[in-house]
Design a protein. Sequence first.
Length: 287
Amino acid sequence: MHTCGYPIYHTISFTGEGYTDYTITLNGATIYTGRVYPFSSGGSVDIDISKICREYLDTSFENSPNLNGVSSDAVGIFAVNGTSYQICYNYNTDYILDIPTGTVLNEPLTDYVDTRQYIGVSTLTGSGITASHTKPSGAIGETITIGDYEFEILPECNSRYALYYVNKNGGLDYLICNGKAIDKYNAKRTDATLYTDQTNSMLFANTHTNQYIYKQYELNTGYISEDRAQNIDHLIYSPKVWLHNLQDDSITSCLINDNNYSVKRFKNNGLINYTINVTQSQHFIRK
């Protein structure tokens, strides 16, 4: 299966000196028409259709209960003048590849879990990306295997959060924030100056007509292994992130505030720590 993060070339041949029109369809519906000209008489031209196709591929796990289900819009059958290409959402920048159906798309950051969070496997299928998540069970300190990865079960603690996010492969990954978390609030205000009766000092002339209040979190990963830490860019540049408050079991959509990240290495044990800043996507309005 082709991936939309890299060129997907289709060859158009010419029988004369004139141009050739082509049409790109998605599941039988026309989405794009184009025209190409030959460099010389006859011959052929390769066109890259990935830039067109990627506009029609997305992940929609937010529409599934507890992030479970099939993201059918993550895979599409595109055709150029009748030649079909099955293409999936994938922005892996490490290497160019085509991936088969049945591939597990997870590349998690940490190797420990809380029994209150969701954890599972995302799998590429011919009809989309399937995410299957449950809350793990086991004794504190026990090692469990989920997909191709092992995780240690942590004891529960207050004010702990988990992050779920769409990784570069299009799968859902998870990060338990095991260090200290700091909650913050930020307001964007619209101010106005009104005419008011100056004989009453209790009335407002300058006032906030609207306040958009955003809740922010400063999260700490705790110490993670250097091997797992290589997956941090799957999170930092993810377009979709959800924050799970494990204490009240609520999940909210968030945006990553950080445009870059720094690595803190501890030479004596090879562990790495990250601080991540996120803001709830949905804001509160106060007048």
